[in-house]
Design a protein around this ligand. Structure first.
Ligand code: FE
Length: 339
């Protein structure tokens, strides 16, 4: 999945960041060091609260998920990282296959996070939930016309659909979930129908999909809910709405951001403590709200803005399956010409 070129760039990155490695290695024994592809403004408030609650300091380094995985592999036993955080079960699963995590299944984590949002072997734990569902123009589409992911393959949407590129992990995970739920043949017909209905070349970002709908280029698309949240925060009157897909069948495809304790953590105890704390009700309220996501801990309510989008049935397939089926999803999208 990750190219050789990326390996080279990870090495370049390691050299570039030597300064911060030194800094990280100078940390005390009690410090927990985290490598994160989740952005700084989404994790820093959590780590500050963890330090207030426990007295344990957290050091962190942010970067691209693929680069950080390569870096963890290169550093091996000498890695300063005790925890790796990233987004999407597909990427968490890939990290699991690269032998960078150790298994962690504790009573606290099992009590806080439902099984389907965790790796069955305990390599990673989902910490926030995002839904990938339909978004539509309230000016040109009536919600009664919408139903399922599969329905977007119907010819009534010809020239009216916008999608994000197949290169993005979010697309791969959604298609993997469709393969799981519908079988490979039906999934191929669905995705092929999507491609026939595209109004334009697939977009680079979810925000571009929504902007294309607002610009009148297309009427309906697929997005992660928090991107919709960001857009509506800036432009509350935008004529766009979310529609919960597959409510009479498998439910909306959900995914996670999450974390695992590294295989060569020098402070495993501290990292496990951080992971457990991140799964707690207190941390989960902060974690979800910072990015307008849903808490992974089902014992607490979503933040007010997120709740205002309404409740919905989620697809509770185990998210490790979106990783296992990822190669099939990529091959399927190539066969049908989904760029
Ligand atoms: Fe995202």
């Amino acid at each position: 999945m990750f190219s050789r070129q990326l390996t080279v760039s990870a090495m370049a990155l390691t050299t570039l960041l030597m300064g911060s490695i030194t800094q990280i290695q100078a940390a005390t024994d009690d410090t927990v060091t985290v490598y994160s592809s989740r952005k700084e403004h989404l994790i820093q408030p959590l780590f500050e609260q963890f330090t207030k609650d426990t007295g344990i300091e957290v050091n962190y380094l942010t970067g691209k998920g693929g680069d950080l995985i390569e870096r963890l592999k290169l550093e091996g036993e000498n890695t300063p990282a005790d925890m790796f955080m990233t987004v999407d079960a597909g990427d968490l699963w890939y990290a699991g296959t690269q032998d960078i995590f150790q298994d962690v299944i504790t009573n606290t984590i099992v009590g806080n996070i439902p099984t389907y949002l965790r790796d069955p072997d305990g390599l990673w734990t989902g910490l926030s939930v995002r839904a990938r569902t339909l978004v539509y123009s309230t000016e040109r589409v009536n919600s009664s016309e919408l139903s399922t992911y599969a329905d977007l393959a119907d010819s009534k949407w010809k020239g009216k659909l916008c999608l994000r590129t197949s290169k993005k992990i979010y697309t791969k995970s959604l298609v993997a979930s469709i393969i799981h739920n519908e079988g490979e043949d039906k999934a191929e017909k669905i995705v092929s129908g999507w491609v026939s209905n595209l109004a334009a070349t697939p977009n680079a970002k979810d925000s571009h999909v929504m902007n294309a709908i607002l610009a009148g280029q297309c009427d309906v698309g697929l997005v992660n809910t928090y991107y919709f949240g960001r857009l509506i925060e800036k432009t509350p009157d935008a004529p766009l709405k979310l529609f919960w897909a597959n409510q009479d069948t498998t439910g909306v495809h959900v995914n996670v951001s999450g974390a695992g304790v590294t295989k060569h953590a020098s402070n495993s105890d501290g990292a496990v403590q951080l992971l457990e704390w991140l799964s707690s009700a207190k941390a989960q309220a902060i974690y979800g709200a910072l990015n307008k996501e849903y808490p992974a801990n089902q014992n607490i309510a979503s933040d007010e803005v997120v709740s205002s989008w309404g409740s919905f049935k989620k697809d509770n397939m185990n998210l490790a399956l979106v990783g296992i089926l990822q190669a099939d999803a990529v091959a399927l999208m190539q066969r049908v010409g989904y760029k």
